[in-house]
Design a protein around this ligand. Structure first.
Ligand SMILES: *[C@@H]1O[C@H](CO)[C@@H](O)[C@H](O)[C@H]1NC(C)=O
Ligand SMILES: *[C@@H]1O[C@H](CO)[C@@H](O)[C@H](O)[C@H]1NC(C)=O
Length: 493
């Protein structure tokens, strides 16, 4: 007779046999222990095989997956960019549109599959570029186009004089410098004939108030929505889990978010913010601002610590005219004199060499060439916009990348000067003294004359092939930068 398990008669033996000890006493806890420790074994074995064999197969699978996710993120970028365009044309905020059309993206799916550290935070990948209330308000503010003084209405810049040169002043948070700059600007001859666009990197009430008080010309303020300064603990600012900016030499970073540059350093918001701001404002001013859409002339750009002499604007107009008539290879004009051999400040001639980074002006066709190089600009490993532009974009225009300027610069950079009551910067006295000395010297020099000759100076090509100063290795920065260049395509159609 066969017994089913449950029917087996109890053992009647008085002494319990070895089988009983093994199967009833020893085995169950052993099995239980093995069962409980299984994840640990699995973890150790798996880890060992990954480390040992360098998991070539795993790497290629991962890189294939990365590529496929890159494509998806890019698709998201484009949709996001299109929504910005729609928001603009429909007069709505991106958030309003987002609530109408939610992209079909499964966050859980992304977080389970996409394990590259740069995108470990699914919200970074999905909500790209990251928005918050402040950034959305800034998009709205820029779109509305409020001009100062109040009540003057939007300015159609193509109705200014044909040789008018709008001025774009980009500022961060140096109110004491800005006051000096604006005071000098108010004394610039012809300033009332043009307009001033002030682009803010971050919202600082004191800075915005100073600009709001300008009466010497028409002003529009714009705000860079994706400035790191608009965010507290998320990209484009620092996110929890980001790699340390400067790891100790030879220390390998594991499990943190970020991509090191060629010198082993990771991103720092305060370092990348100016390049982002510069590229955002270029795209915004040339391709988004309704007021400038039909404008075909030159636009000049300067920074919050650049002081202009009274003749600066007229000098710029002369330079633009001479460039058009006599310097077919020039792509820009500029007030600031770059360092070059043989230049004699104060000589009665123009110099054509390259585009300097102070008080430079160019027209839409030069901008379009720059914009054509957006991908290179955005991925070149250098946090300086000017070095990036020169060595990654304009280097490919050689030898035609000349900027025209007068031999003496009617612009001064006071970045290193001391403020009242503070220690002087290296080689520079207190601001007021320095500015007074600069203005006196410029007053003594004759304004440029259209008939002056042009000297072509050798171009500094010795850094062609230079791979950049670093500080711009993080793929999130590359993506944000490229996002700025995508905006205009829809707006202009
Ligand atoms: C600006 O003015 C120009 C010239 O009068 C005109 O052709 C253009 O349509 C205007 N643009 C806007 C946006 O009003
Ligand atoms: C803009 O500048 C470029 C380069 O200097 C020049 O070739 C072009 O003729 C200019 N366009 C206009 C409309 O003046």
């Amino acid at each position: 007779m066969k017994y089913g398990r449950g029917l087996r008669p109890p053992s009647r033996s008085s002494g319990r046999g070895w089988r009983w000890w093994i199967f009833r006493v020893a085995l169950p806890p052993t099995l239980m222990l093995v069962f409980l420790l299984q994840p640990l074994f699995y973890f150790l074995v798996h880890r060992g095989s990954q480390q040992g064999a360098a998991s070539a197969q795993g790497d290629s699978a991962r890189s294939a997956e990365l590529l496929s996710w890159d494509a998806r993120i890019q698709d998201l970028d484009e949709r996001r960019g299109n929504r910005q365009v729609d928001a603009w044309s429909q007069g709505k905020s991106v958030q309003q549109l987002d609530s109408q059309v939610q992209p079909k993206v499964d966050k859980a799916e992304i977080s389970s599959k996409f394990d590259h550290p740069s995108f470990a935070k699914p919200e970074v990948a999905v909500g790209w570029p990251p928005s918050n209330l402040l950034s959305i308000q800034m998009l709205e503010f820029n779109r509305q186009g409020r001009w100062i003084p109040a009540g003057q209405g939007p300015v159609n810049i193509s109705r200014l004089a044909p040789d008018a040169i709008p001025i774009v002043l980009y500022v961060h948070n140096r109110p004491s410098y800005l006051r000096v700059v604006l005071d000098a600007l108010s004394h610039v001859h012809g300033i009332e004939e043009t307009v001033l666009i002030v682009s803010h990197d971050g919202y600082y009430p004191e800075v915005a108030d100073i600009v709001g008080e300008i009466t010497f010309t028409r002003v529009k303020q714009i705000f860079a929505p994706y400035s790191p300064h608009n965010f507290v603990d998320s990209f484009p600012n620092i996110s929890p889990g980001d790699c340390p900016e400067r790891p100790a030499a030879g220390e390998v970073q594991v499990g943190c978010v970020g991509d090191a540059d060629q010198y082993g350093n990771y991103r720092a918001p305060r370092i990348v913010s100016l390049k982002h701001h510069w590229f955002w404002l270029m795209n915004h001013v040339w391709d988004e601002m309704v007021e400038l859409r039909d404008f075909e002339g030159h636009i000049m750009f300067m920074e919050e610590d650049h002081v202009l002499a009274p003749k600066a604007y007229r000098t710029l107009q002369v330079l633009a005219k001479v460039k058009g008539e006599r310097c077919p290879h020039c792509v820009a004009v500029n007030l600031g004199m770059p360092l070059h051999d043989g230049g004699n400040p104060g000589g009665n001639y123009f110099v054509a060499d390259w585009m300097a980074n102070m008080g430079y002006a160019f027209n839409r066709s030069t901008w379009q060439r720059m914009r054509d190089g957006a991908r290179t600009f955005c991925t070149y490993s250098d946090y300086n916009w000017d070095e990036t532009l020169k060595w990654s974009v304009m280097a490919h225009w050689a030898p035609v990348r000349l900027g025209l300027h007068a031999a003496g610069p009617p612009i001064m950079h006071m970045g290193k000067c001391g403020l009242h009551g503070q220690a002087d910067g290296a080689g520079c006295a207190e601001i007021d003294d320095q500015v007074a000395a600069f203005l006196a010297q410029e007053a003594d020099r004759p304004p440029p004359d259209e008939s002056w000759g042009i000297r072509e100076e050798g171009q500094d090509l010795n850094r062609i092939g230079f791979s950049g100063w670093g500080g711009w290795g993080d793929r999130r920065d590359h993506k944000l930068c490229m996002f700025f260049a995508k905006l205009p395509e829809g707006l202009r159609s």
